[in-house]
Design a binder for this molecule. Sequence first.
Ligand code: IPE
Ligand code: IPE
Ligand code: MG
Length: 244
Amino acid sequence: MVLELLDPTKIPKHIAIIMDGNGRWAKKQGLMRVRGHEKGAKAIRQTVEVCGELGVENITLYAFSTENWNRPKLEVDTLMKLLVSSLKKELSTLQENNVSLKAIGRLDLLPEKAQKELSEVIELTKDNGKMNLTLALSYGSREELISVVKSVSSQVKEGTLDIDQIDTDVISKHLYTSYMPDVDLLIRTSGEQRISNFLLWQIAYAELYFTKVLWPDFRKEHLVEAIHNYQDRERRFGKTSEQL
Ligand code: IPE
Ligand code: IPE
Ligand code: MG
């Protein structure tokens, strides 16, 4: 499947990816897990480039979950270091491609160095208008929803919001992802078919695509295949086929 065969009128506005399988990729080659993460970080660039070419406006990448803090310390430390070095390395590519970097999650839990590097790159790329590349870091959807409940209820308590005004728009505006539309296409690599606490609200009507390809092996052709598969589906949003 080549890029040119995709329907340019049906490009997803928001693609979210659960980048899974780094550890298994490394194990298969007889390498340490951290090598898999290094290779996985490199695989991100092609995905961003293809999305740029196609005009996908939002990509959200699940890079580290709240639950991933429970991994061995060495692995967590390496992932945090990798985050800092990748950010440094990729800044120029983000600028050249007019990509704005964003991050969602409990960023306050990240090591200080990672927080600093992250906020620098976010600040430097904030006016880039072609695409939002959002990293979900120390992210958990349940935690995000708890933060929404807290901020909405404090507005109610202060009297700036009436209980009857709470609707889907209000909730969406309080989410970490308030600057983006809901997810159109959710991709998970590595063969696992679960959501693992990722964007539970935002994927309410997303098309789900699972592939056995391990994240470090994920290339342009796999992404194009996923989008092609997405374009073949009928998104009914509860209506009948005839109503569309
Ligand atoms: C995904 O790969 C990356 C992170 C969760 C940080 P994994 O590290 O989960 O790889 P597997 O699932 O063990 O193969
Ligand atoms: C989900 O992958 C989180 C990321 C890809 C960052 P995990 O490998 O942590 O998920 P589970 O444990 O298989 O559900
Ligand atoms: Mg995994």
